[in-house]
Design a protein around this ligand. Sequence first.
Ligand code: ADA
Length: 560
Amino acid sequence: YRYQERSQNDRDAYWNTDEQVNKTERKEYRFTDKYTLQVPGDWNSQAEKFLYYEGIVWYKRSFDFTKSNAANKVYLYFGAVNFDADVYFNGKKLGKHKGGFTAFNFEVPDSYLKPTGNYLVVKVDNTRHKDEVPTVNTDWWNYGGITRDVQLVEVPAAFIQDYSLHIKKGASLKTTKNIPVEGWVQLNDWQTTKEVTVEIPELKIKKAFPVTGDKVAVQFNLPAVQLWSPQTPKLYNIVINTGADKIEDKIGFRTIEVVGRQVLLNGKPLFMRGICTHEEIPQLGRRAYSKQDALQLLGWAKELGCNMVRLAHYPHNENMTRTADSLGILVWSEIPVYWTIDFSSGEVFDKARTQLTEMITRDHNRASIIIWSVGNETPVNPLRLVFMRNLIGAARSLDSTRLVSAALEVNYQPGVNKIDDPLGEYVDIVSFNEYLGWYAGLPDKCRTANWEFAYNKPFFISETGAETLGGFHGDSLTRWSEEYQEWYYREQVAMFKRMPDNFAGLSPWILCDFRSPRRNNQTFQEGWNNKGLIDQQGRKKKAFFVLKEYYDERSRTSNP
Ligand code: ADA
């Protein structure tokens, strides 16, 4: 293994999150000792010396592999690598991918394969750069490595690439009988395929569709169906067959739309009792990547009374969205267009759009996902408006069945908090982050807060929170104490109860404490953002129960 290390103190360099990061002089080291790193996993949490390490790590792994059918194609799939991945198979370059949170794959040519002694080498570089998405400055840890699954996937020469199946837009859900479903099946080689069948055994549906191009249109009616919702997260097995290839999946059927001032799930008003979460397990100080991790985070969200999570600030691993599907938790999924990036650059836009495309491509059949978010707290200015509007347009053209939003900022004016970001015109739900009583003033500020909304649309509070060191106590005026955070949440909840009728829900910041290079207050932070309702040891703070009380009450009065 070979890696580069900063010439100055790693820790100091890591705190320094501005553009100087890339100017820091680096020295190259070659280690004779061998590290065994778990994949999936981040390297930062696997050896103490890697905690602050940012740079290059070379991974190597040997394996045997024999194709089950000589005619098959072989792909090498990566769930995600943070950030740059250069992939070599038996010494030959397969390709390069950029972007730390999305899946990608490369075809492995037959001539590269050997039955024994194959070796895969991946050069991973998590160095932050100004012209990447996200850029250098983020409020989360830059966990490096092959953070998600790696698989060799064998498919027939003519295979099913992707499919989409959803209730037709605008369909009436007055009865659950004869609901029209539409979608498509994407083939890599349509000329050799005559027809595609779509089967939902439980509903006794089996329909055949003729193939006249690579994207086969599919439509049929569901004779009777149990709609997917947080109360009834019903998933159906579906089988898509072309003769040469067959795929199976589990999907739910539901609709999501905005009508006037309301968000409707399956035609009924929805109030989102949400919580934000990073893809991180606090107790272990590492990336959350496994099914157990997803169950832990989403299980806590359920216990809090949530019917929704905001997966901040980048696409999380597939275990999260699939577990959300099966537990009945609605999802906001986001790309890491975060704070200030170069909104004037076409290249940066292309990088953001690529990540948006990769996020939607992986997850467009997950019933749990109802909102695609194109970014967080991007500062209001004309260039950014064009950039973000174009991303919204791209999201809609990739998937017209879901809502599009972005976390906006509040325009604080004397005596009034205005929600008037021009981007509000282009999103389906106007979402914003507010920290009344943490970043300025005390929580009782919420009592006199006046809100002014420029848009006659549903609005959503995508963040609110106060920092607290778990187990640190004082009175409600003691900043960083559990009592302060508890007071903050009480005042916030009282304010939520006075919000107008187009208040569609909230996702406070944040479920768990998480590591952040920006958080360097040595008494209370030491590299952690402690706004979690659950602390670094996995213990619930007092405020958890304040929010839970509100959510439990709301779940009795609002649907679902
Ligand atoms: C911002 C940002 C979050 C989080 C938060 C905080 O609102 O969107 O990522 O860092 O600040 O804790 O201050």
